[in-house]
Design a protein around this ligand. Structure first.
Ligand SMILES: NC(=O)c1ccc[n+]([C@@H]2O[C@H](COP(=O)([O-])OP(=O)(O)OC[C@H]3O[C@@H](n4cnc5c(N)ncnc54)[C@H](O)[C@@H]3O)[C@@H](O)[C@H]2O)c1
Length: 317
């Protein structure tokens, strides 16, 4: 009964919105995707059925996002893409300075930007960075957790300090950045989107490198993605993970320096036969952040040139 009434109410509102005398309402509902969102999960009574236009789903001006580890690398690629799509962006990073290009974003895209030096492993530092962001920008609509480190070495050689640091940055930092974003979005009652940068190293032993601590940390991030997506769904906070394969950033520099042959391995192992670029990742991050994915939570999008999928070539045949 309740759902029938709701549907009637929605239909009446739709007819009202179509009346030429109700111009402001019609303007508000002129975008099919807005109409669809307004109607929630019910099918809108559009003349052409329940299909909506996909144009503009990625373009959500005036929203506010946080990216941890956004000072360089993959995090910075996300920062630039978010700014380009018209959103304000607060970068939280431990480095003293972001990459130079960051300083162009505000003028280039007409958005607000902030660079806040913060350590994701430090409660006071991270909490203060979120508070400063909200003070400057207002409501928060999403968060990307890209801060991460990748210690390499045989399992038996890793020290307690190395492993603790890896878990602290990659797991605890991701956990509490997500928690702070969630608390803010819950307080606003707006919902939102959290994108965790995980890794294929959370699913497989990475070819050519010994990364046991990193592997374990990214496995934890993947499970956090699953747990949070379920727990936060009632608040309309979606949580998804992007898992890169080999992506050419400064994170890989020490691995390449230790054994230059690894560059060839990184090129040859993925079935698509190349090292990934940050540009391969940004559309995936934007997809999860945006209203293009309103029914997607708990997903992992693997961007690895097919590395995890496997290979047909073998030295034996
Ligand atoms: N590059 C790859 O091949 C690859 C593959 C899979 C996953 N990833 C993941 O992507 C994310 C980004 O990696 P990247 O390649 O851009 O690395 P990167 O080293 O280029 O950038 C990492 C950023 O995180 C920041 N950071 C590190 N520790 C921090 C801390 N305690 N607090 C705040 N900021 C901190 C650094 O200052 C830096 O700006 C990481 O989580 C990494 O594990 C990278």
């Amino acid at each position: 009964m309740a759902s029938t009434l709701t549907t009637k109410w929605q239909r009446s509102l739709y007819r009202l919105a179509r009346a030429p005398t109700v111009a402001p309402v019609t303007a508000f509902l002129s975008s099919p995707q807005r109409l669809y969102r307004f109607y929630g999960t019910q099918k809108a009574s559009l003349a052409d059925g329940d299909l909506i236009s996909t144009k503009g789903l990625f373009d959500l001006t005036g929203r506010n996002y946080v990216v941890t580890g956004g000072g360089r690398g993959i995090g910075y690629a996300a920062v630039r893409a978010i700014a380009e799509s018209g959103r304000n962006i607060s970068v939280l990073d431990a480095a003293a300075e972001p990459t130079k290009d960051f300083h162009n974003l505000a003028d280039e895209f007409g958005v607000k930007t902030a660079y806040i030096r913060a350590d994701v492993t430090d409660e006071a530092s991270l909490t203060s960075a979120f508070t400063q962001t909200v003070d400057q920008f207002g409501p928060l609509h999403g968060c990307v957790t890209a801060a991460g480190i990748c210690p390499e070495g045989p399992f038996v050689s890793h020290t307690w300090d190395e492993v603790r640091r890896c878990f602290d940055v990659n797991i605890t930092g991701t956990y509490f950045a997500s928690q702070l974003a969630t608390k803010q979005m819950q307080a606003q009652g707006t919902g939102g989107s959290i994108v965790l940068i995980a890794s294929i190293s959370g699913s497989i032993a990475t070819p050519g490198v010994r990364l046991s601590a990193y592997n374990a940390s990214k496995g934890a991030v993947k499970m956090l993605n699953t747990a949070l997506s379920v727990e936060l769904a009632p608040f309309n906070i979606r949580v998804n993970a992007v898992s890169p394969g080999f992506i050419d950033t400064e994170l890989l520099t020490p691995l390449k320096q230790k054994a230059p042959k690894r560059i060839e391995l990184m090129r040859q192992e993925p079935p698509l036969k190349r090292i990934g670029s940050r540009n391969d990742l940004t559309p995936a991050i934007l997809y999860f952040l945006s209203d293009a994915s309103p029914y997607t939570t708990g997903s992992e999008l693997i961007v690895d040139g097919g590395l995890v999928a496997g290979r047909i070539e073998s030295p034996y045949i």
